[in-house]
Design a protein around this ligand. Structure first.
Ligand SMILES: O=C(O)CCC(=O)C(=O)O
Length: 326
């Protein structure tokens, strides 16, 4: 797979950065973010994973080495960890990283701001059926199409660990219909014929590298073929005054409200920061996610094959031994 074009040299030329983004639907910047805060956030996240028994005992937690069958979004065991991550000040704070904001301002103008809805991904090995399918963020995020995501892995993330892939130039295909998928969101883009001549790009990310992409750019995750969890975060940005849906002002999955999430925070400026901004909300259009009539048969077929591989994994992992220092 061809690598992303590195746009770091355009950091001091916002006009050229925006032109490249408009052309390709993404910009990739190596070493944009300081590694210190990324490692600190990862340390906090792996401590939670470790506490919940996800990580292999006796192995350095920062390697995020797993030893159980995959946990996936939507499962109660996943939420035990994820709800605690949603409470981390540093997780939400990273969306405001000055280098990321400067990048987003070059793409969206001076008023670029992050949505309060912030997402962390904890992608287990052997969870390929569940990995993020090709999709356009606009179907979920809606509001303005000038809504751009920034994806940041919290470690080196080679392609083999399930890094992000983008279909180059696909933001120019417009908003596309969806079909059923098992992966996050249960929707994937129904690929038009023109997509066949486009190229999937990805890269071996180093810690500190980021990719920003357009809400119509088709993107997906590669399978995680390592024995470690891929931990990454993704944030969305738009200009003040542009349309947005209410849901983007609320916490991801909405299992707790901001008051609970903010309980242990010390940085007042990170709380409810959007309330003094010029926000224009519009209703969510559920029809954009409408599935084709035959989606139930597709869903049943995919679910059956998923169940089979889950059963095989349950047999493989069984109950973790009490003490395994291997
Ligand atoms: O990290 C992933 O698996 C998916 C990320 C994604 O789809 C996004 O950032 O919009």
């Amino acid at each position: 797979m061809k690598a992303f074009l590195n746009s770091s040299e355009l950091l001091h030329d916002p006009g050229a950065m925006k032109q490249r983004f408009d052309r390709d639907g993404y910009v990739y910047l190596s070493g944009l973010v300081d590694t210190g805060p990324l490692l600190e956030l990862k340390r906090q996240i792996v401590a939670i994973c470790d506490d919940c028994g996800w990580l292999k005992p006796g192995v350095e937690p920062m390697t995020a080495t797993t030893w159980t069958a995959p946990k996936v979004e939507g499962e109660e065991e996943y939420f035990q960890v994820y709800d605690r991550i949603q409470r981390l000040q540093d997780f939400h704070g990273l969306a405001h990283d000055p280098a990321v904001i400067t990048l987003m301002q070059s793409l969206l103008g001076e008023t670029a701001f992050p949505h309060p809805l912030s997402i962390a991904r904890l992608v287990f090995p052997e969870s390929q059926e569940w990995s993020t399918p090709p999709h356009q963020d606009f179907v979920n995020n809606q509001g303005t199409k000038d809504l751009y995501a920034c994806w940041i892995p919290l470690s080196d993330c080679p392609k083999s660990m399930g890094s992000l892939a983008v279909l180059e130039g696909s933001h120019k295909l417009g908003l596309l219909p969806v079909e059923y998928s098992l992966g996050a969101g249960h929707r994937q883009t129904s690929m038009p014929a023109e997509a066949a001549s486009m190229q999937w790009l990805s890269s071996d990310f180093k810690l500190g590298d980021v990719i920003a992409f357009h809400s119509l750019a088709i993107h997906r995750a590669l399978p995680n073929d390592t024995n470690r969890m891929r931990i990454s975060v993704d944030y969305r940005y738009q200009a003040e005054g542009d349309e947005m849906i209410e849901r983007c002002l609320r916490p991801h999955f909405e299992r707790e409200g901001w008051a609970e999430i903010y309980q242990d925070w010390s940085r007042e400026e990170l709380k409810y920061y959007w309330e003094d901004k010029n926000i224009t909300t519009v209703p969510f259009d559920a029809t954009l996610g409408d599935l084709p009539d035959d989606h139930l048969s597709t869903a049943i077929k995919l679910q059956r094959s998923f169940n089979k591989s889950r059963a095989a994994l349950a047999e493989k992992y069984g109950t973790p031994p009490d003490n395994d220092n291997a």
